[in-house]
Design a protein around this ligand. Structure first.
Ligand SMILES: NC(=O)C1=CN([C@@H]2O[C@H](COP(=O)(O)OP(=O)(O)OC[C@H]3O[C@@H](n4cnc5c(N)ncnc54)[C@H](O)[C@@H]3O)[C@@H](O)[C@H]2O)C=CC1
Ligand SMILES: CC/C=C\C[C@H](O)/C=C/C=C\C=C\C=C\C(=O)[C@@H](O)C/C=C\CCC(=O)O
Length: 267
């Protein structure tokens, strides 16, 4: 088990919701945490709140839009200057916007790739790094389709595929870095109301009742429950390429078939 005392973590989308919960559980377990978000006001307030609760200088907020290469790189350099190293990187920032679908891809998928590659370059042993762990936040919609949000679903399938492939690369090439994904069902955060927003859902607004019925099948989790899942993926040294599905009735590591299950067809 990886001990978190003295480790340095970075969490994107940390100003509220799951990211705030992830930052807090890492702090509670002894890590220092760099908070990254586009929401400067909420981010700075959270920095003050966390430093008061967990000790001066345990947390610092960096205004970053994960869809910007330059902002991400600049912040990473500042984090290294302040904290000296990065051991844990959680790519959590995500949005639902089916109307502005390219923006959604740029944040949810490209943002995860940007953060992961920045962290990997710093952590991997062939570059003189100390190793580390990266956790990418996907969704249950990265394992099965959410009809109202085809683009969001595509980005989350992308996050799962990217994470699994890179974890395998890390194992084969001995990077010394573990890369895991989280796939929670609905979680009680501001994001969850998106399916009621025409601004975000656009042409798929008519499917709101279908999402509502899916939410009855998968009752909402609380941030604190999902944060325990993050801790497991960070601490358990045996987990690389793991995908943690989390639902109200329990969490579990997803088994991916070694062979593709298929029904033969005549061609
Ligand atoms: N709430 C839910 O039901 C579930 C959420 N997720 C995923 O969890 C992650 C976090 O979601 P929530 O906490 O629920 O959402 P949220 O909307 O409560 O918080 C998202 C945070 O990300 C920040 N953010 C948005 N765009 C950004 C950008 N371009 N750069 C940096 N920060 C940005 C926001 O300012 C906000 O602080 C997302 O990736 C989401 O897809 C996964 C499964 C379920
Ligand atoms: C509006 C979106 C809010 C939050 C997004 C967040 O990422 C949560 C996603 C949670 C659920 C994902 C659903 C995944 C669905 C599936 O696995 C589908 O294959 C199941 C589809 C239909 C089930 C119909 C039924 O059996 O009742």
């Amino acid at each position: 088990m990886m001990a978190l005392q003295g480790k340095v973590a970075v969490v994107t989308g940390a100003a509220q919701g799951l990211g705030k919960g992830f930052a807090e559980i890492l702090l509670q377990n002894g890590a220092k945490v760099a908070l990254l978000d586009i929401n400067e006001k909420a981010g700075k307030e959270l920095e003050t709140q966390f430093n008061e609760a967990y000790g001066a200088d345990r947390t610092h907020f960096y205004p970053v839009d994960v869809s910007s290469d330059q902002q991400f790189k600049d912040a990473f350099q500042k984090i290294l200057s302040k904290f000296g190293q990065v051991d844990i990187f959680c790519n959590n920032a995500g949005i639902i916007n089916e109307k502005q679908w390219e923006k959604t891809v740029s944040i949810n998928l490209c943002g995860v790739v940007r953060g992961t590659y920045l962290a990997l370059e710093h952590m991997k042993k062939e570059n003189g790094g100390q190793g580390g762990v990266i956790v990418n936040v996907a969704s249950l919609a990265g394992l099965g389709p959410l009809a109202q949000t085809p683009i969001y679903t595509a980005t989350k399938f992308g996050v799962v595929g990217f994470t699994r492939a890179l974890a395998l690369a890390s194992e084969v090439a001995n990077y010394g870095v573990r890369i895991n994904a989280m796939c929670p069902a609905f979680v009680r955060t501001p994001l969850i109301d998106s399916f009621n927003s025409e601004e975000q859902i656009g042409q798929f607004m008519g499917l709101a009742d279908f999402t509502r019925s899916l939410m009855e099948k998968f009752p909402s989790l609380e941030v604190e429950e999902v944060s325990k899942g993050l801790l497991l993926l960070v601490k358990d040294d045996s987990l690389n390429g793991a995908c943690l599905a989390m639902m109200r009735d329990g969490a579990g590591l997803v088994s991916f078939p070694k062979e593709i299950p298929k029904t033969p067809v005549a061609l």
